[in-house]
Design a protein around this ligand. Structure first.
Ligand code: WT7
Length: 646
């Protein structure tokens, strides 16, 4: 089924890492991680050089993860100041607006000046090292300026995706006790306005959000917003008065850089905390090697800054490397489905990084929209966020890349900070659908249910047996939850939550989540979150949510809902519940399918057997397996009979 795509000799000849270098350096990196990362850490400017490199124990009773512990640095200085001498006039950010007639180029010197002003502004508003700042912005340059300004003063940002609801925003603000929120009047995507400021106003009425003293509002659309004095201030009015010089605050390598909330298998989203030094070493080094970065590249990652990809590979990795990074405000199908490729031609993009869900959606539109653009500038393509099916891989390679661009299928997670398993484009032959081999210093393994490490060609659960510098350090405010979630299932190892297969060549094939997390269009959601949104509706007694296969999204959301006694199912109520979840969490969580269930399959101890619900949603009622432990096996037949026709 899978055709081998060998590294092309022309690409390998010019590549940063070829096969021999990969094999040699990988062997060194796992034999002597201390020595390897001591050397790689030098790529950054440290205001106080580190003497220690790695201090790690995954033992739950003696747990620690520390990298470059005694070093000090400033992230913004590494992304900006140190480039000024040689790259001051080089474009740091190419901004492409939602409207194809709107774009801007921002040089390293200009970005530096803006970030200095914003750092002074935040300081004048009382934001200090260690304070938390929520960023709820569209894909506009101010998002980059805000993030870098926080890093410059040692404040901890938590970026919240603009598609999240007021409740989701409130939950994140309350959990991290933010002092300040940076938002915009409205966002603009695909010609439609997104009511950001109104959402902030609503969020700040929720309990637990009193920590917020100031809301800075960037004017994007000029739409009418209510400014509440003295809390709400216009960003541009305050920026105007700031000095364009600022002395970056040196922080410890292990000081926190950002918190990013992500869904887990239980409860509310957790605040994944990343620290500064190791994270930036890892993000910048992976970015350089995986994308085979050269000085004149124009690099475009289509991810939103609200996700980890937008942190590590839209901003921090590329800027630390002095690269030109493209930030796109819009969507792939506006004004039409040729937009990505028009932007590639317009800005002469050389490296392009997107998600399988976008590729599948564009594939459905046929080849014509792609062929309308030349794409001659492209030299490498990347994929991230979910498994890419071989059919989409081949289409991406043949149609988008005209058969001449290698594809890097990069596997990683919010928790890992950077890419862990990926082909290096000049070193590793690609197999469509496989993330291939580990990056330098990464030690993956496959374990069985009991935690025994399996050798050779095999399948099981994916773990990482040693640390890498970009690893998350804690769950914000709940260190025990961090240890329990990731290091207890298989003692002494980091458990990824993913299943994987390893073939005879040692290549990894990620098979998807093995926990109650689903991946919808590359967005991660906990089934428990959607369930708790559903049961919060006054008419709902019980709900169970599972993932189901979806042609475009990878996984869709399939919800089983039991109504309270006296309530009757109707098409109207179905729509109301879908809209309810949308409002509670955000549009990405809208159930694709909602089936009424008179009862849910439960064990005698009351546990819902999701395995069965998944099979029904997959339309595989012949694979239900053993149902004898159910309290009432009859409910299963009802669910199968009433299954939604899809
Ligand atoms: C989950 C992490 C990585 C940044 C964006 C998503 C899935 C991610 C791949 C890939 C197969 C992938 C995994 C992982 N995933 N990349 N190349 N192949 N699966 O970050 O929201 O933290 O989600 O996304 O299931 O655990 P995230």
């Amino acid at each position: 089924m899978s055709t081998l795509h060998p590294v092309s000799p022309e690409f390998a000849a010019r590549a940063r890492v070829d096969k021999a270098a990969y094999e040699r350096d990988y062997a060194e990196s796992v034999r002597d991680p201390e020595g390897f990362w001591r050397r790689i850490g030098q790529r950054l400017d440290w205001t106080r050089p580190y003497t220690k490199v790695k201090d790690v124990s995954f033992d739950v009773d003696d747990f620690r993860i520390r990298w470059y512990e005694d070093g000090q640095l400033n992230l913004a200085a590494n992304c900006l100041d140190r480039h000024l001498a040689a790259r001051g006039d080089k474009t740091a950010i190419v901004w492409e607006g939602d409207d194809p007639n709107e774009s801007r180029r921002i040089s390293y010197r200009e970005l530096h000046a803006e970030v200095c002003k914003a750092a002074n502004l935040l300081t004048n508003l009382g934001v200090k090292k260690g304070d938390r700042v929520a960023i709820y912005l569209p894909m506009i340059p101010e998002a980059a300026v805000a993030m870098l300004a926080c890093a410059r003063i040692g404040a901890v940002h938590t970026v919240v995706f603009g598609g999240f609801s007021p409740d989701s925003l409130a939950g994140r603000i309350a959990d991290s006790q933010c002092k300040l929120v940076i938002t915009a009047d409205e966002g603009l995507r695909g010609g439609k306005k997104v009511a950001l400021k109104i959402n902030v106003d609503e969020a700040l009425q929720r309990p637990g959000t009193n920590s917020v003293e100031t809301v800075l509002v960037v004017k994007r659309t000029g739409g009418a917003v209510a400014m509440q004095a003295p809390r709400d201030r216009w960003w541009s009015a305050l920026m105007d008065g700031q000095k364009a010089e600022h002395e970056p605050v040196a922080v410890g390598a292990e000081d926190p850089l950002f918190i990013l909330y992500t869904s887990g298998s239980t409860g509310k989203p957790k605040g994944v905390l990343h620290s500064t030094g190791g994270y930036l070493v890892y993000a910048s080094y992976t970015h350089e090697c995986v994308f085979d970065l050269r000085e004149d590249d124009v690099y475009w990652c289509t991810a939103d800054v609200g996700w980890v990809t937008g942190h590590s590979y839209l901003l921090y990795g590329p800027l630390a490397n002095g690269a030109t990074t493209l930030m796109f405000e819009g969507v792939p199908n506006y004004p039409d489905s040729s937009r990505f490729w028009q932007v590639v031609d317009k800005h002469q993009v050389t490296l392009f990084y997107t998600a399988p869900t976008a590729i599948r959606a564009l594939m459905r539109e046929g080849e014509a929209p792609v062929k309308k653009a030349s794409r001659a500038s492209l030299r490498l393509l990347g994929s991230v966020g979910e498994p890419i099916n071989p059919e989409a891989w081949e289409w991406y390679w043949r149609v988008v890349g005209d058969g001449r661009c290698p594809i890097v299928d990069t596997w990683w997670q919010t928790e890992t900070g950077g890419i862990l398993i990926t082909p290096l484009p000049g070193a590793i032959d690609q197999k469509p659908g496989s993330a291939t081999l580990p990056f330098f210093g990464v030690k993956p393994a496959i374990v069985d249910a009991a935690g025994a490490i399996l050798d050779g060609a095999t399948e099981g659960n994916l773990v990482i047996t040693d640390s890498w510098p970009g690893q998350m350090r804690t769950v914000y405010g709940d260190h025990q939850r961090f240890i329990d979630t990731y290091f207890k299932t298989y003692p002494g190892m980091y458990f990824t939550g993913d299943g994987a297969r390893r073939d005879a060549d040692g290549y990894y094939w990620i098979t998807g989540r093995v926990d109650d997390v689903i991946n919808v269009s590359g967005h991660r959601l906990g089934t428990a979150e959607v369930e708790s949104a559903l049961v919060a509706h006054p008419k709902v007694a019980e709900a169970a949510v599972v993932g189901c296969p979806h042609d475009i999204k990878g996984q869709g959301i399939y919800a089983y809902v039991t109504l309270k006694a006296g309530e009757t199912p109707s098409e109207e109520l179905r729509k109301e519940l879908v809209a309810w979840v949308r409002k509670e969490i955000g549009p990405i969580a809208s159930p694709d399918f909602l089936q009424w269930a008179s009862g849910l399959p439960k064990t005698r101890s009351g546990k819902i057997m999701r395995r069965i619900l998944r099979k029904i949603a997959e339309n595989a009622p012949d694979q239900l397996g053993d149902t004898s432990t159910l309290a009432d096996p009859g409910v299963v037949q009802n669910l199968v009979d009433e299954r939604l026709a899809r």
